[in-house]
Design a protein around this ligand. Structure first.
Ligand SMILES: Cc1cc2nc3c(=O)[nH]c(=O)nc-3n(C[C@H](O)[C@H](O)[C@H](O)COP(=O)(O)OP(=O)(O)OC[C@H]3O[C@@H](n4cnc5c(N)ncnc54)[C@H](O)[C@@H]3O)c2cc1C
Length: 322
């Protein structure tokens, strides 16, 4: 069976698998033999989780360079591990780091690289990536013609599911030969971002996003996000105004997300905003202007004042959960 490599970063949160990695492993298992390539330790907890996803082979490296330098050494690990197992495909998450790893590993492997996939299917021996392009105007299917395909996959492109039977993975330590250029820029200091307690935008199953309609006060959006266990996103108008950090921006020049549920609040739905969220599975829009373009792509629309609607929604959700 053909080997499909899934890259897993265990440097920041060892022993924990992100939701996105579970989804990538599920995809890999459906397409071939999933092989986990791990930057960092292969702890017993991690191996048990990987075994539950049906991963029979784990390659890992604990070399210090993987954490002390930027992303390039991780791409060296991925490329060398993929070559060692003769992988036909490499799957990485669609974060900025994931996409950089995809690009660099793609060069090293002479592989076709496909980013921003919203779904991956298997057709006659090759993986087919489905993408939403030109600010969401078209959906295309892309397939690499090279021997190896490197694909970065958006979160929630597939539901994570465990294997019918857990396996005990064989573990192999890899000695990566880092390219000199990979060690050109060293990390000298890290400042952890203050934890909000909310899920990361790219990982979240539910996102509540606010725009200029919030008029500087994101409290209604944050309160709704918190009762739903959701991440908070924003339009560029809101981030440019300094109401919320730029890391929360969704869109063409922000994060590209594909959650199960995207609640758009006080956002008009400009094409650059749609480009980052219109592949969401279910879109609910709250806007006081019935002509707003966001309603063109919304599955459910509520025309009205967000400052009245959101608190009512929060109250109702709390009441039903009590
Ligand atoms: C090159 C380029 C890249 C860009 N990249 C991005 C990007 O990545 N992401 C992004 O979002 N934008 C991006 N933009 C900007 C984009 O074009 C829009 O200007 C922006 O998305 C508008 O944000 P908004 O919908 O919050 O504001 P507006 O367009 O001003 O819409 C505000 C909405 O709030 C509604 N509203 C007001 N008050 C209430 C209320 N009380 N209750 C309910 N509804 C209310 C209004 O009816 C209106 O529809 C980009 C633009 C360019 C040129």
């Amino acid at each position: 069976m053909t080997a499909i490599v899934v890259y897993i970063d265990q440097l920041d949160a060892p022993g924990k698998l992100s939701t996105t990695v579970g989804q990538l492993l599920t995809l890999a298992r459906g397409a071939g033999e999933p092989v986990a390539v791990v930057a960092g330790p292969a702890s017993a907890a991690l191996l048990a989780e990987l075994g539950a996803y049906g991963v029979a082979r784990v390659l890992h490296s604990e070399q210090a360079e993987l954490g002390e330098y930027l992303v390039a050494p991780k791409a060296d690990l991925v490329a060398q591990a993929a070559a060692a197992v003769s992988a036909s495909a490499v799957l990485v998450d669609n974060s900025p780091a994931g996409k950089e790893i995809a690009a660099r590993a793609g060069v090293a492997l002479n592989a076709g690289v496909i980013t921003d996939a919203v779904a991956v299917t298997y057709d006659g021996g090759t993986l087919v990536a489905h993408k939403s392009v030109l600010a969401g105007s078209y959906t295309v299917q892309a397939r690499a013609t090279s021997a190896v395909a490197v694909i970065s996959v958006k979160a929630h492109s597939v539901e994570a599911s465990l294997a019918a039977e857990a396996v005990i993975p064989a573990v192999e330590a890899v000695e990566v030969a880092f390219a000199p250029a990979s060690l050109a820029a060293r990390v000298t200091k890290r400042t952890p971002r203050a934890a909000s307690g909310r899920p990361e935008l790219e990982d979240a199953r539910i996102i509540v996003a606010g725009g200029r309609g919030l008029d500087g006060d994101f409290t209604p959006v944050e309160e709704l996000a918190d009762v739903l266990g959701a991440a908070v996103g924003a339009s560029r108008a809101a981030t440019d105004a300094g109401w919320i950090s730029h890391a929360s921006q969704v869109g063409q020049t922000g994060k590209k997300v594909s959650p199960q549920l995207y609640i758009s609040v006080g956002i008009s739905g400009a094409i650059q905003q749609k480009a980052g969220m219109q592949t969401s599975k279910l879109i609910v829009a709250v806007n006081k202007d019935a002509e707003s373009p966001i309603f063109e792509i919304a599955d459910f629309g509520i025309v009205g004042d967000l400052f009245k609607i959101l608190p009512q929604a929060v109250e109702e959700i709390k009441k039903r959960r009590a």
